[in-house]
Ligand binder design. Structure first.
Ligand SMILES: [Zn+2]
Length: 280
């Protein structure tokens, strides 16, 4: 009796130690999982009286920055071949990416190296229509049709680390870090798990998409896709989130509060613009 009790205690201790090691070894995964079931993040709808607002025109000298960060690109919202995108080379590489994200991608890449001792590489970034056409002809089951790929904008990156590319990226420490933290650097996992019906793509842990802040945090903390996010932004309303105010308007002129500053405007490819600013 006594002996079997001792064995039971020893087994229980071993199981506890095993569980503890499992938890420690998977801290990233567990926090991502808890985040997945977390309460999300809320914004507040701000109401301005007409006297608090004025018209901001696109041509107005001032601090309005135009970028393409909130462009929705999918089969329902393609881009045309004639459209140009603001792309530039990343550091001293031949990797072309959207200029809006050059700075934040450098931050994400540095964080990956610091947190995981691994180096993040870009498998695919900006793609021309001809390049997408070639991919599509090669594998129409996997590649998006020309015009419907986010890669045309240079806002999407397929990333990997040595020995872990594609779906395997999620099995690397760097992959887990990118999936759990890229929103802190302005990126989202554009084709998340369980949202295939909305995005049209299965889970792609390697395909990150730049949207900038505070959008990346809101989208990720609320487990949304870009499609759902834009739908949630009622036209003409103002939402305050983490110090920023977000509004979606028809343009080309915008109604913003008189003291608005740090204004960023992006077309969303659904006929509207998303404007982000500080209320001052
Ligand atoms: Zn991709």
């Amino acid at each position: 009796m006594k002996k079997s009790k001792g064995v039971a205690v020893a087994v229980a201790v071993l199981i506890l130690i095993g569980l503890l090691l499992l938890v420690l070894g998977n801290a990233d995964r567990i926090s991502a999982f808890l985040g997945f079931w977390g309460p999300g993040a809320e914004w507040t709808v701000v109401e301005y009286v007409p006297e608090e607002l004025r018209v901001f025109t696109a041509e107005e000298p001032g601090d309005i920055v135009f970028n393409e960060a909130l462009l929705l690109i999918n089969t329902e919202h393609p881009v045309s071949e004639e459209r140009g995108f603001s792309v530039g080379f990343y550091k001293e590489t031949d990797v072309l990416m959207n200029e809006a994200m050059l700075f934040d991608y450098a931050r994400l890449s540095a964080a990956v190296t610091e947190e995981t001792d691994d180096k993040l590489y870009v498998m695919s970034s900006y793609r021309t229509f001809d390049e997408q056409r070639a991919l599509y002809e090669e594998d129409p089951g996997i590649a998006a049709e020309p015009g419907t790929s986010e890669h045309h904008s240079g806002l999407a990156l397929d990333v990997y680390v040595y020995q872990y590319a594609g779906a395997g990226f999620a099995d690397s420490k760097a992959g887990r870090f990118v999936n759990a933290h890229c929103h802190e650097y302005g990126f989202i996992i554009r084709y998340p798990m369980g949202k295939e019906k909305i995005t049209g793509f299965p889970f792609e842990p390697w395909h990150i998409r730049y949207v900038g802040q505070p959008h990346a945090r809101y989208i990720t903390l609320n487990r949304l896709t870009l499609e759902e996010y834009l739908e949630r932004l009622g036209v003409g309303l103002f939402y305050e989130f983490e110090g920023w105010v977000i509004t979606r308007q028809a343009g080309p002129d915008f109604m913003l509060p008189v003291g608005a500053s740090n204004i960023t405007v992006s077309e969303d490819n659904t006929g509207y613009y998303v404007i982000t600013f500080l209320a001052g």
